[in-house]
Design a protein around this ligand. Structure first.
Ligand code: MLT
Length: 312
């Protein structure tokens, strides 16, 4: 049987380890989700899926690398809502976010928490808002660069309280958490996947969760909406992408591996431990991620334009 070359290659795929680029620092929420998902996908692909942190510029350095990679299925990107905000925040991106990728599927949707260093004076969200309005740029707010989820959450917070705080950029919430625990910065927003441990251990002060409902595992933490920031809601959806031009057969194998990983009881338990869950199977598809990406780029564009913050 003679198969066209591409089909034969896709049939054997993968024959060597796959790299999954994480556009933020090791030890942060994206990195954690990536490592759990990569390990799960590796099981059914029969090859290692190696996580590589390609950090900087709010995730756009790693995203650029993925967009420019060979579309052979050996370089993937895991990214979150920030890929859609960066599309507007950065006016000089070398790729068109809507068309540069072959989506593989959604992975999870993690809530964010608004947190502060352990000795920060405010004890409730109302107190935090009053204090931040009074102190303004004397307070430091850490984010993982323009285009990070922590940037988006901070932008919504500062818009809501009508006060700019001093922004301190990092390469990810991993290093931000270290400096928050070390009391070197005042505030940040970070995904519950990274903060549940420190919040429960009272190593940081937590003011609110950005979901509609409280989380079962953090029952005392109010939603931002109920604590006074009406309508403040932010979910950090994550997806996996291959570069545009990846063959449909390879995309199908990767999607199947993602779906298998997300049904694995071990992965589900690990996700639950860090306060999240895998998306339902029908969301772990190229169609669902492609639709999410397009609609989120369109949803955030006017909000970012109104806030007037650009990376260039
Ligand atoms: C991270 O993994 O460090 C975060 O997702 C960064 C962010 O987007 O805030």
């Amino acid at each position: 049987l003679l198969l066209p070359l591409g089909a034969a290659v896709a049939q054997d795929y993968p024959t060597r380890p796959i790299t999954m680029l994480v556009p933020f620092a090791a030890g942060g929420p994206t990195d954690t989700i990536a490592r759990l998902t990569a390990a799960g996908m590796a099981k059914s692909l029969g090859q290692q899926v190696i996580v590589e942190n390609a950090t900087g510029a709010g995730g756009t350095i790693g995203t650029t690398r993925a967009a420019r990679a060979q579309p052979d299925g050996y370089t993937l990107l895991i990214h979150h809502v920030g890929i859609s905000t960066a599309a507007t925040l950065y006016r000089n991106l070398s790729y068109d976010t809507k068309t540069a990728f072959a989506p593989i599927g959604l992975v999870t949707n993690a809530p964010m928490t608004i947190i502060a260093r352990p000795d920060f004076p405010a004890n409730t969200l109302k107190e935090l808002v009053a204090y931040a309005q009074q102190q303004g740029d004397k307070l430091t707010y850490a984010n993982a660069g323009l285009g990070a989820a922590s940037h988006l959450c901070g932008m919504l917070f500062m818009t809501a309280i009508q006060k700019q705080l001093t922004t301190v950029p990092y390469k990810g919430n991993g290093p931000i958490m270290n400096d928050l625990l070390g009391k070197q910065i005042d505030l940040t927003c970070d995904q519950a996947t990274n903060t549940t441990g420190p919040i429960t251990a009272k190593q940081v002060k937590a003011y609110a969760i950005t979901t509609k409902e409280r989380l079962k595992s953090l029952p005392d933490l109010p939603t931002a909406d109920e604590a006074g920031l009406k309508g403040f809601e932010l979910g950090v959806w994550h997806g996996i992408y291959a570069p545009k031009g990846t063959s449909p057969a390879v995309v199908q194998k990767l999607t199947a591996a993602l779906q298998t990983a997300l049904k694995d009881p071990v992965l589900i338990a690990r996700f639950n431990d860090i306060n999240t869950e895998p998306v339902p199977q029908d969301k772990a598809t190229p169609e669902a991620l492609g639709a999410m990406l397009t609609s989120e780029i369109d949803r955030w564009a006017p909000i970012i334009k109104a806030a007037g913050q650009y990376a260039d």
